[in-house]
Design a binder for this molecule. Structure first.
Ligand code: NDP
Ligand code: DXP
Ligand code: MN
Length: 394
């Protein structure tokens, strides 16, 4: 018997995680209903989802599309309220009508709504890793004070969550082992990476994802962001978090215990598993992901990450060690660099160069309030934008 219906606010509904969430939700109408959906600017996609899921509210973060959303809802005869602007994201994240929030916006644009959901004590399915990187301490404090339940959705963190002691303690835990696919350029040398195109960088070997995270996987910045994310979510220092390259992306991550036991979570590379886990926790539900066929996979490989070819991972460890606002600088510089790369304004090798230049120039400052962090984020973006034209294009 399923319990009472859970009402979900899905932030970032039109994205890759958004689509996987809705796929799981649609399989279980007896358990879940959609209370709110959000997008940034893609009104037609949002309207199509509203037609299918009949949410109480729909939010466009970009207010320029407000009239199109409002009129589109009316034309379809839907009772869904049209909201717009970034503050409306915080409103639906904290709305008492929604008990569950899926944080699936990409980038630091998701920080405020993730914090709002934490403060409001929601069941928080956390995919937006940038909000943990930028505001990890504030977020964990908001979770404690607001009484939220964080269920990590990032596949590695979901795996670790499943392998840690069920009482939430860390007794006997020696290390966390985060697996990395190595991305589409695993095995290449740095000089091979000049001239890489956005489509090549986005061709992840195992996962189908949005373009920003796909580029992050190709530079290994994704793993750097995930190390910072793991420190905050699991309360362990960087020295106890190790990255191991596993090209098959089937072992999603591992926990190493002091007695020599290593617990891992495995599964086909499909985000519906982590999302179904978070949606139903502590129960288990069907996610639509087919059973793992180990014999067909035949082998698993593991190797050390190549920090020379992929300096972004080392840059993330550096920002983590510096603390304060340094991870916010790292994240903002990375967002600007990835966006410039995707628009053909910066070469693939320019991504780490630009981030390093920002970290060298900006100390980061304190990280005691969201306002401070957003100031740091803005300063890093300004600096990164001025640097783009000076960095390599190839
Ligand atoms: N995709 C995956 O498999 C995984 C993703 N993640 C993390 O989940 C998050 C989402 O990733 P993914 O689904 O791939 O991203 P997508 O690019 O596919 O989707 C992003 C979503 O965020 C919305 N959005 C974009 N910019 C803004 C903004 N400024 N304000 C409000 N909303 C915005 C988009 O709206 P619109 O469509 O209108 O532009 C869209 O709904 C990221 O933090 C990523 O790192 C973590 C693990 C795996
Ligand atoms: C699905 C997911 O969680 C992504 O973050 C994935 O891990 C990316 O793969 P990489 O290991 O290549 O960064
Ligand atoms: Mn991940």
């Amino acid at each position: 018997m399923a319990g009472p219906l859970k009402t979900i606010a899905l932030l970032g509904a039109t994205g890759s995680i958004g689509g996987s969430t809705l796929d799981v939700v649609a399989r279980h109408p007896d358990r879940f209903r959609i209370g709110a959906l959000s997008a940034h600017g893609r009104v037609d996609e949002l309207l199509a989802l509203c037609e299918r899921f009949h949410p109480d509210a729909a939010v466009l973060a970009d207010p320029a599309g407000h009239a199109a959303l409002r009129d589109g809802l009316e034309a379809r005869g839907l009772r869904t309220r049209a909201l717009s602007g970034p503050a409306a994201l915080d409103e639906i994240a904290a709305d008492p009508a929604n008990d569950t929030v899926v944080a699936a916006i990409v980038g630091a644009a998701g920080v405020a709504s993730t914090l709002a959901a934490a403060r409001a004590g929601k069941r928080l399915l956390l995919a937006n890793k940038e909000s943990v990187v930028v505001a990890g301490q504030l977020l964990m404090q908001a979770v404690r004070e607001g009484g939220a339940t964080v269920l990590p959705v990032d596949s590695e963190h979901n795996a670790i969550y499943q392998c840690l002691p069920a009482d939430g303690g860390r007794r006997g835990v020696r290390r966390l082992l985060l697996t990395a696919s190595g991305g589409p350029f695993r095995g290449r040398r740095r000089e091979d990476l000049a001239g890489i195109t956005p489509d090549q960088a986005c061709a992840h070997p195992n996962w189908v994802m949005g373009r920003k995270i796909s580029v992050d996987s190709a530079t290994l910045m994704n793993k750097g962001l995930e190390v910072i994310e793991a420190c905050h979510l699991f309360g362990l220092p960087a020295e106890r978090i190790e990255v191991v390259v596993h090209p098959q992306s089937v072992v999603h991550s591992l926990v190493d215990y002091v007695d020599g036991s290593v617990l891992a979570q495995l599964g086909n590379p499909d985000m519906r598993t982590a999302l179904a886990y978070g949606l139903a926790w502590p129960e288990r539900i069907d996610s639509g992901v087919p059973p793992l066929d180990l014999a067909a996979l035949a082998r698993f490989d593991f190797e050390r990450p190549d920090l020379e070819t992929f300096p972004c991972l080392a840059l993330a460890y550096r920002a983590l060690a510096a603390g304060g606002g340094a991870p916010a600088v790292l994240n903002a510089a990375n967002e600007v660099a990835v966006s410039a790369f995707l628009q053909g304004e910066l070469g693939f090798l320019g991504i780490p160069d630009l981030i390093q230049a920002c970290l060298d120039a900006l100390p980061g400052g304190p990280a005691d309030s969201l306002e401070q962090l957003m100031d740091t984020d803005a300063a890093a973006r300004r600096m990164a934008h001025t640097l783009v034209p000076r960095m390599r294009r190839r």
